[in-house]
Design a protein around this ligand. Structure first.
Ligand code: ATR
Length: 281
C-alpha cells in the first residue's frame, strides 16, 4: 500500500483514443517517484468547458488539451503564459489560487527536441513551413531561443504575413529576424527546416522544389509515425544532413507540462526510446 497522494491528470480532445499522453506521463511519474493517474477524456464542443470545470472542481492537478480544443482551453482560462497568449491556444491547464491557468508547451517542446538532436536554434537560419495552429504555437519559443532568421512560408501567404505582423506587434525588434512568404519563397540556405503543416497527414510534402540546406542541417516534421514522412524523404533527397519526426517534440512538450504541474522536469530520453520502439514495431 502506498501513502503517496494520487495526482489526477488528464488529456482532453476529440478524438482521444489514440493519445499517447497517458503512457508518457505514467512513465515520467514512475521515473520521478510520483503517483499519477492520467486518463483520456473525450469531449465535444458543447461539453468541453463542463468537463474541464468538473475535473478541476474534483481536485484535478493538471490537464492537457489536444485537437480541436486548444483555442477553447485558452478562452476558458483566466491566466495565460506569454506562449499561450501569442498562440491564442493552450495545451496545458492547471488551477492555482482559484484561477484557471493556461500555457502552451508545444514550442518549448520543439526547441528542447531540436536541442536534443544537436540543433540548438540559437543563431540558426530557420525555415518554418505552415501558418496554422501548429506553426503559431512555436514562434515565440523559436524567437526566444535566439534564431538568427525565421522565415514563415505558407500555401496561403497572407496567413504567414499575418503571423509576422502579430509577432512584431508583440515585440518590434523581432521584425529584423522575421519574414513571410508563399511556398516558393525558399531562396537561401537553411540550417533547420520545420514542417508545421498538416500535409503529412495526406502523405504529401508541402514543398515541391529543392530546398538548399547548410552542411550541418536538420529537416524536422512535427508529425510522427512508423516511417519517415514524405517531407522528411524529400528533404533527405535535397541534402538535409539529418531528418527527424515530431515524436521527440510530443515527449518534450509532455515533460514541460509535467514540470508545470509537479515541479520536476523528467528525463525524456528513456521514454522517447520506449515509445519509438512501440511505434516502429
Ligand atoms: P494545425 O493546427 O495542424 O496547424 P491548421 O490550423 O488547419 O492545422 O493549419 C494547417 C496548415 O497546413 C496550414 O498552414 C495549411 O496551409 P493553408 O493555410 O494554406 O491552408 C497547411 N497545409 C495543409 N495541407 C497542405 C498541403 N497539402 N500543402 C501545403 N500546406 C498545407
Amino acid at each position: 500500500m502506498s501513502f503517496r497522494t494520487t495526482l489526477h491528470c488528464a488529456v482532453i480532445g476529440n478524438p482521444i483514443a489514440h493519445s499517447r499522453s497517458p503512457e508518457i506521463h505514467h512513465a515520467f511519474a514512475k521515473q520521478c517517484g510520483l503517483k499519477v493517474q492520467y486518463e483520456r477524456m473525450l469531449a465535444d464542443n458543447n461539453d468541453f468547458a463542463d468537463h474541464v470545470r468538473a475535473f478541476f472542481a474534483q481536485g484535478g492537478k493538471g490537464m492537457n488539451v489536444t485537437v480541436p480544443f486548444k483555442e477553447k482551453a485558452f478562452a476558458l482560462a483566466t491566466q495565460h503564459s506569454d506562449q499561450a497568449q501569442l498562440a491564442g491556444a493552450a495545451n496545458t491547464l492547471w488551477m492555482q489560487d482559484g484561477q484557471l491557468h493556461a500555457c502552451n508547451t508545444d514550442g518549448i517542446g520543439l526547441v528542447s527536441d531540436l536541442t536534443r538532436l544537436g540543433f540548438d536554434p540559437a543563431n540558426k537560419r530557420v525555415l518554418l513551413i505552415g501558418a496554422g495552429g501548429a506553426a503559431k504555437g512555436v514562434l515565440l519559443p523559436l524567437l526566444n531561443a535566439g534564431v538568427a532568421q525565421l522565415r514563415i512560408i505558407n500555401r496561403t501567404a497572407a496567413k504567414a504575413e499575418a503571423l509576422v505582423e502579430q509577432m512584431t506587434q508583440h515585440q518590434a525588434d523581432y521584425a529584423s529576424r522575421l519574414e513571410a512568404g508563399d511556398l516558393q519563397h525558399i531562396a537561401g540556405q537553411w540550417d533547420i527546416v520545420i514542417n508545421a503543416t498538416s500535409s503529412s497527414l495526406t502523405q504529401q510534402s508541402p514543398i515541391a522544389q529543392p530546398i538548399a540546406f547548410t552542411a550541418h542541417s536538420l529537416a524536422y516534421d512535427m508529425v510522427y509515425g512508423p516511417k519517415p514522412t514524405p517531407f522528411m524523404e524529400a528533404c533527405s533527397s535535397y541534402g538535409a544532413s539529418q531528418c527527424a519526426d515530431g515524436l521527440g517534440m510530443l515527449v518534450a512538450q509532455a515533460a514541460q507540462s509535467f514540470q508545470i504541474w509537479h515541479g520536476v522536469l523528467p528525463d525524456t530520453t528513456p521514454v522517447l526510446n520506449d515509445l519509438r520502439q512501440q511505434i516502429t514495431l
